[in-house]
Design a protein around this ligand. Sequence first.
Ligand SMILES: Nc1ncnc2c1ncn2[C@@H]1O[C@H](COP(=O)(O)OP(=O)(O)O)[C@@H](O)[C@H]1O
Ligand SMILES: [Mg+2]
Length: 244
Amino acid sequence: MAETAVLTLDHVSKHYDDVLAVNALSFEIIEGQCFGLLGPNGAGKTTTLEMIEGMTPPTSGEIRYRGGPVPANYQDRIGIQFQATALQDFLTPYDNLKLFSAFYDRPLPMQTLIDAFQLQEFLHRDTRRLSGGQRQRLLLALALVHDPEIVFLDEPTTGLDPRSRRDVWEVVRRLKAEGRTLVLTTHYMEEAEVLCDDLIILSHGSIIRHGSPKALLAEAGVDTLDELFLSLTGERLDAAEATA
Ligand SMILES: Nc1ncnc2c1ncn2[C@@H]1O[C@H](COP(=O)(O)OP(=O)(O)O)[C@@H](O)[C@H]1O
Ligand SMILES: [Mg+2]
């Protein structure tokens, strides 16, 4: 199957006053793949994701959708998994789903989402009483309400226990099997190794490596992306997490 670039970044940069948060990034995101943005806290992952989502404009450079300008209905084609703070606390998961579904002309059937993300057991609970894993499943369901072709996930497993983390990985695999394009950020190298077809490693806003996990490991002659990052920067990713 020929590879189609859904999104192309061409020397995309973002300045915040005198801070260069993202420095001239160029890469393509291929249809049906899971693309990863990796790096420690402050590397520029969220800023890059928000520019690709159309939430914030680049200071310079260009983002293209299927080789052309980003279309007016782009927001209908993408699904964004928001942070937990976006949940309406006084609503149940059921009410949140209903509210989000009301924003769209042709939402997916609620039962389809309830089944896909296993929301049944806590469907009518106060969202404040959900576990971290349950909350992530609800946030994923909300991102999928309008059946988007591209799904954006910003650190989807940060703060989750290993079991819940694997549940989220399962969902990500399923979304990919459905033919969706996924873009995720993480500072867990293992997560990127398991989920991503292609990835960039960011350090201080710049790409320091780009490729498939396999190719990057083979090229560096190391066993894990953690080791690769350490050899490139002298820093440990988990050390960065501890000071976050
Ligand atoms: N709204 C903002 N205003 C000023 N600086 C920002 C803003 N958002 C991010 N930054 C800075 O940009 C850099 C990249 O941040 P971010 O994209 O959040 O990194 P990451 O998601 O990898 O942790 C950091 O130095 C951060 O302090
Ligand atoms: Mg971030």
